[in-house]
Design a protein around this ligand. Structure first.
Ligand code: PGA
Length: 246
C-alpha cells in the first residue's frame, strides 16, 4: 500500500507574505492521511520550514556539487541546511529553460540523496511528441536516464507531467493517465524489482485542481499529484490534499 502524496510546486511565485498560505494549509490539513510537500522558491525555504509542522518543504532544483564556483546555483546540502526534506528535479520548465538533460537530472538526484533529500524526478512528453505517438518512448527514456541505479521508494518519487498539460487547464483522459502510469510502474518493477518497483510513488502533474483531483488520484498507479497553480492558495490545495487522503 503506497501512501499518497500531495506535492505543491510554487515555481517562481511567493514573497514573505505567502507564508500565511502555508500556515493556513497547515491548519486545514492537520493530521492528513497522506504526505504533503510544498516546494516554494528557495528564498522562502528556511522561513517556511521553520513553521511547516508535518508539511515537508522542498526545493525546486539543486546543483550536483556540494559547494564551488557555480554562481546562482544552490546545492542539495544548502537546501537541506535551510530545512528542506525534498527537491523537485528535472521539471520540464528546467529542462526547457535551462537545457537540463537526463544525465544532469541523474547527477542531481544522486546529490539530493547525498544530502538526505527525497528526489521528486519529473518526466513528461510535449504535445508534438504525443501527437507523433512517441509518449511512452519519451517518458521511458527520461525515466531510465534520470533515475540512478540505487533508486528506492524511500529516496525517490517519480512525477509524470505531460508538458502540454502544465498550466493549460488541459489534462489527458483518465485512460491516457492510466496507460502512462501503468507503463512507468512496469518499467520500475523490471528495473528495480518487485518490492522497490511497486513501492515508488508515481505522481501525476499538469492542471490538477480540486475539481479533478479525486478522479485522477483514483486512476491505477497514480499515487497523488504534483500541483502548480492550484498549490498557491491553501483553500485550493487543501481540497487536493483531501483527494489524496481518500
Ligand atoms: P500546474 O503545474 O498544476 O499549474 O499545471 C504543474 C507543474 O508544473 O508541476
Amino acid at each position: 500500500m503506497r501512501r499518497k502524496v500531495a506535492a505543491g510546486n510554487w515555481k517562481m511565485n511567493g514573497l514573505k507574505a505567502s507564508i500565511a498560505e502555508l500556515k493556513a494549509l497547515k491548519a486545514s490539513t492537520a493530521g492528513a492521511n497522506c504526505d504533503i510537500i510544498i516546494c516554494p522558491p528557495a528564498t522562502l525555504i528556511a522561513a517556511m520550514a521553520a513553521v511547516s509542522g508535518d508539511i515537508i518543504i522542498g526545493g525546486q532544483d539543486c546543483h550536483w556539487n556540494e559547494t564551488g564556483a557555480h554562481t546562482g546555483d544552490t546545492s542539495a546540502e544548502m537546501l537541506k541546511d535551510a530545512g528542506a526534506g525534498a527537491v523537485i528535479l528535472g521539471h520540464s520548465e528546467r529542462r526547457a529553460d535551462h537545457g537540463e538533460t537526463d544525465a544532469e537530472v541523474n547527477k542531481k538526484t544522486l546529490a539530493a540523496w547525498r544530502a538526505g533529500l527525497q528526489a521528486i524526478v519529473c518526466v513528461g512528453e510535449t504535445e508534438a511528441q504525443r501527437d507523433a505517438g512517441e509518449t511512452l518512448d519519451v517518458i521511458g527514456g527520461q525515466l531510465d536516464g534520470s533515475t540512478p541505479d540505487a533508486t528506492t521508494a524511500a529516496n525517490t518519487i517519480v512525477a509524470y507531467e505531460p508538458v502540454w498539460a502544465i498550466g493549460t487547464g488541459r489534462t489527458p483522459t483518465l485512460e491516457e493517465v492510466a496507460e502512462v502510469h501503468d507503463y512507468l510502474r512496469a518499467k520500475l518493477v523490471t528495473r528495480f524489482g518487485d518490492e522497490i518497483g511497486n513501492g515508488i510513488r508515481l505522481l501525476y502533474g499538469g492542471s490538477v485542481k480540486p475539481g479533478n483531483a479525486v478522479e485522477i488520484f483514483a486512476v491505477s498507479n497514480v499515487d497523488g499529484g504534483l500541483v502548480g497553480g492550484a498549490s498557491l492558495k491553501a483553500t485550493d490545495f487543501s481540497g487536493i490534499v483531501s483527494a489524496a487522503e481518500s
